[in-house]
Design a binder for this molecule. Sequence first.
Ligand code: NAD
Length: 375
Amino acid sequence: MKIAVLKETEDGELRVAATPETAKKFIALGATVAVEAGAGLSASIADEDYAAVGASVGPREQIVAGADILLGVQGPDPASVQGAASGAFVAAALDPFRRRERVDAYAAAGLEALAMEFMPRITRAQSMDILSSQSNLSGYKAVLDAASEYGRAFPMMMTAAGTISAARVFIMGVGVAGLQAIATARRLGAIVSATDVRAATREQIESLGAKAVFVENVQGIEGEGSGGYATEMSDEYKAAQAELVSSHIARQDVVITTALIPGRPAPRLISDAQLATMRPGSVVVDLAVEQGGNVEGAVAGAVVERHGVRIVGHRNVPSRLAADASALYARNLYNFLSAFWDKDAGKIVLPDDDEIVKGVRLTQGGKVVNERLLG
Ligand code: NAD
């Protein structure tokens, strides 16, 4: 079984889908691993590091030829992987809702597309979950990005020249990224508060030493919601949330927004009028900027200023920590594929009735088969 590790082609994508560690593990399973030349460079991995564990390194055409599995961070252009074995797996973050035409093209090319971001939220799949591993790093980096844009310090400092007060940091959306953002801001000494629509997050916020700020008297999402995800909220809830945000953010120095709804544009959480109530010099980081943005005026790929407030809208935040993000992403891919390694057949076999397979498989036998795309 030949596994090809593709060099990423999207602008600003610095991660790589396999590391020497995971290449070595695939080889130990009995696979051969072929890495596209230069694939790891932007994540601080040299071609020689892959060669040292027994992988071959070469140009795309050569590594793709006859490959049974193509590994990417983002999905490759189907035309660029011609020559792979018929029915080859393409495992990557395929952005299926927004790149539907490419999913169709994978089907037409006879490739079996596996969307890693569709991994079900079940205990067995936790170690395979790229959204968790990458969001965790994004939450951390968002706080560092905010700190570097902020013209003041985060912790309270008592110095001979006087006291500096601690920064007030508000985290909106307490999923994986939000929880890590709370923990990181706390480590830097900020006074942290946080909010979410899911009631279950209240306890998590408080257990990290932050203050929970919640919409009261309007039904939010009790328990965990489907697969732990949020849904679009009622108009009544949105109005109550807007009021709550207005009164809270005027007193905050830094706001980090992370709210997402799978398959839908990100919810708008902060309006331009609300931004205008913040102190000049405040910083807002919108981690949802590429999904439509939580913050009015946020621009994907830029830091902009409105009413004296800096709005940070970096794209592809995990790529800003490319080495660690690659290491975790690569392990997610290895954990997923190796779980389906069939020793007797000497290859990966994905059973049709497995919950994980049903979750991630987009195309099979020339057709789109995933429920979330068909439904
Ligand atoms: P996400 O990235 O989809 O969204 C980020 C957060 O934004 C969520 O907490 C969501 O509730 C919140 N949000 C959505 N709309 C909002 C609004 N209008 N206002 C405020 N907040 C809003 O979420 P995520 O990081 O993927 O995590 C979602 C849940 O899934 C978490 O509880 C997480 O622990 C759980 N999870 C479980 C597994 C597993 O069991 N394998 C893996 C990963 C995550």
